[in-house]
Design a protein around this ligand. Structure first.
Ligand SMILES: Cc1ncc(COP(=O)(O)O)c(C=O)c1O
Length: 354
């Protein structure tokens, strides 16, 4: 019996493996990025109502028209051009599917894709599925700025696209106007397509401003903007992602989307403009102190202690443990999670990087 060689080099997702181990050992899970708070009540109610009201069968392949309409309105404002729900928006099964669709739409076998690293662990398998070669361009500590020379150096005659994640996981960098201008130069000079993963576009702290690369005039025609609702609304399990792009590029992505499943097609009340279910910046501000202490824990203790390599392996910092385990984390160089006793005072078990 023969099985496919295409997946020969793929291994179990590191993130999923760490999650599995964290659950098994009741450890704090430092590897998988899901919010450690519940979705807004109104959102849960809207989903439950949609299911109870009978919204349980197939939706149009490109996504529910109301959802596409809402996204088109938002992205017209964000990108500064007239995003049309029928031509420019495709709803996908999470950001993972959106990136798959974009890469399959753009890359031919043998093409090269620039990936800024550290990067989400799905990027490389997606590139390989498209038959393309992923080419890593590292961000360097301590400031993780995009280095235009390093990017330019990685371009060859086979380079077709650049995959850029901003705001960036796991460094938290929000690439600024100067960095994006250099990216635009490079993309234009080498006739590339820019694919952006902007899953964290609404989760911004300390007055930083996210620039949507697809809003830059020079990049408009050649940017596939990818986003999702999972992190913003704490609904990672609902698998809601999307692609926003000019017609020529969405047409390419749709060809792939035909094959994919739509797991969720509800949220009708959100689509119809239920104001209770909208992004609430205050919600994130309230949580920001907690998030900051987690970020400190991650950055100071884990990253500084274990270095870049570990950061790449444990791509997602949230949800991190409480401050009590800081010293424990400092003491154990390869510790990636810790289980606390019932009083939350002492670490009883450790989860260690293999
Ligand atoms: C940068 C980045 N891209 C993509 C994903 C995957 O998104 P989804 O769960 O919507 O497929 C994640 C999830 O953590 C992520 O951090």
């Amino acid at each position: 019996m023969q099985t496919a060689q295409r997946i020969m080099h793929f291994q179990e997702s590191v993130i999923r493996k760490m999650t599995r181990l964290a659950t098994e050992h009741q450890a704090i899970n430092l590897s998988q990025g899901f919010p450690d708070f519940d979705p807004p009540l109104a959102l849960k109610e809207a989903a439950a109502k949609a299911v109870m009201d009978g919204s349980n069968q197939y939706s149009p392949t490109w996504g529910h028209p109301h959802l596409r309409q809402k996204l088109a309105e938002q992205y017209t404002a964000r990108l500064g051009w007239s995003v049309n729900p029928n031509d420019h928006v495709i709803v996908t099964c999470g950001v993972t599917e959106a990136i798959n669709a974009a890469l399959l739409a753009v890359l031919n076998p043998g093409d090269e894709l620039l990936i800024v690293e550290p990067a989400h662990e799905n990027y490389i398998p997606s590139a390989i599925f498209a038959g393309a070669k992923p080419v890593a361009v590292p961000l360097e500590a301590p400031d993780y700025r995009l280095d235009p020379e390093r990017l330019a150096h990685a371009v060859t005659s086979r380079t077709r696209a650049l995959l850029l994640n901003t705001p960036h996981n796991p460094t938290g960098r929000v690439f600024d106007a100067e960095e994006l201008a250099r990216v635009a130069d490079l993309v234009l000079r080498h006739d590339l397509v820019l694919i952006t993963d902007e899953i964290y576009d609404q989760i911004i702290y300390d007055g930083r401003q996210h620039i949507f690369p697809g809003s830059l005039e020079s990049l408009r025609e050649r940017t596939i903007t990818v986003g999702g609702l999972g992190k913003t609304f704490a609904i990672t399990g609902w698998r809601l992602g999307y692609v926003i792009a000019p017609t020529r590029l969405t047409a390419q992505c749709r060809a792939f989307g035909q094959l994919a499943q739509r797991l969720f097609k509800i949220l009708r009340r959100i689509d119809q403009g239920d104001d209770r279910v909208c992004f609430d910046a205050e919600l994130f501000h309230e949580r920001s102190a907690r998030v900051r202490s987690k970020a400190r824990l991650w950055h100071d203790d884990i990253f500084q202690g274990m270095g870049h390599h570990a950061l790449q392996r444990a791509a997602n910092p949230a949800p991190l443990g409480v401050d009590r385990v800081r010293q424990e984390l400092l003491d154990a160089r390869h510790l990636i999670g810790a289980a606390l006793d019932k009083d939350q005072r002492h670490v009883t078990r450790r989860l260690v990087l293999a």
